[in-house]
Design a protein around this ligand. Sequence first.
Ligand SMILES: Nc1ncnc2c1ncn2[C@@H]1O[C@H](COP(=O)(O)OP(=O)(O)OP(=O)(O)O)[C@@H](O)[C@H]1O
Ligand SMILES: [Mg+2]
Length: 446
Amino acid sequence: MTTAQTSPVLIGRTTELVALRQAWAGAAQGRAQTVSIGGDAGVGKSRLLTELRPDVIASGGLWVLGTTPAQAAVAQPFAPLISALRSLLRSVDQPRRVAVIGPARAELARLVPELGDSATGPAAFDQMTGSVGRLFELVLDVFHRLAATQPAALIFEDLHWADRSTLDLVDFLARNLGGDRLLLVVTYRTDELHRRHPLRPVLAELHRLAQVTSLLLPPLTRDEVGELLAVLTGAVVADEVVDRVCERSSGLAFLVEELAAAGLDLDGIPRGLQDLLQIRVDTLAPDVADVVRAVAVGAAACTVPDDLLMAVTPMPAADLARRVREAVSHGVLTTGESGIDFRHALLREVWRPTCSQASARGSTRPTQPRSLPTREPRTTRPSRRGSRSIGARPMTCRGPRWPRCRRDAPPAARMRSPRPPTTSCGCSIGGATSTTLRACSAMPGR
Ligand SMILES: Nc1ncnc2c1ncn2[C@@H]1O[C@H](COP(=O)(O)OP(=O)(O)OP(=O)(O)O)[C@@H](O)[C@H]1O
Ligand SMILES: [Mg+2]
């Protein structure tokens, strides 16, 4: 059986694609629109966007794509704008280039040196007081001139990695494009937006505007995962395999593809994928990682009630809550009514201690996270699709649950259980009761 790397057909996303096409239709008629597409890493934001491209080209529009470099230590000022301007320059011939860039040439050359001689270099706009506002006006004028000759889709991908000035520019453009034949589309990862991420307030403001449409992509449903697997493998996939892939991938298309490419191995994690998942692990501070390890022992069997976590991590509740919050904002853990868990099953698998590690400790009741088995940080290796860190919302796939996972048991039932929850290795993780941690770790906006 040959497995395709990606599906030639878009699975699901009917409503979102209709909304995107409508936005383009409005923009092409001179009512500038903005669409934000959010969703977890690998859920299919770029793919949805790509489906619009043929429509734009067929209706005589220009596709202007600006990308943001992944996970740079310091975000390059205006990276998506620079990338978009280069995309624009590549797409139009010289006379039109001159006309569209017009009087902005000398100043835009500070960002895109190939536009002309620049003595000051690409970062100059960020350092010159007052010049950012002028740059915004110049950019707006460029897009006014472009749209006067041809409708265009202007895309800024992966804004979660963009610098603050780019976010301000997006806000400025969304408010000021007005009657232009322009569709502005921005994408961002929801699982990268920790509580103080600068994109959060920008999105909140944008979403109040009438000309802005917000699309939040949920994970693929269980049936959609089945459809995707069938297309990728070219065969009907057994129900139990679909269930397992759905549970492990949390309906994230990228993870479904990776698992399919690995031959639908029901238990192992493909090496490249494991490395990608490890990136998320490696970003945690050591004290936060300790708590995640403690959750890993319990979450091997089910969601860990927060009072059980308190029992096995002897530290002040506020300190534990802070660490849990950190792990949540890094997209590793998730908190809910039932307690604390990993954001998706594959992450849980990466963190899960092996039985030999657990029994080597010679204890069935760990009392400190530090005493739990540890994973050495590993050097990460790019997968076949390059750098991508993964995190996801809790599983929303519909259909039968994987039988080994008893997450559907009501929390209250677990709490009243005569025996405390055990790991898959048979280790008890504690049995105290308290609701302090839940109160401390309640997180707004996640
Ligand atoms: N609805 C879908 N139908 C078929 N394939 C899909 C679908 N959604 C995504 N894919 C495939 O899954 C992979 C990941 O999708 P994509 O790159 O669009 O995710 P993303 O949300 O943009 O991720 P990132 O946050 O890393 O940019 C791609 O190979 C894409 O073709
Ligand atoms: Mg993408």
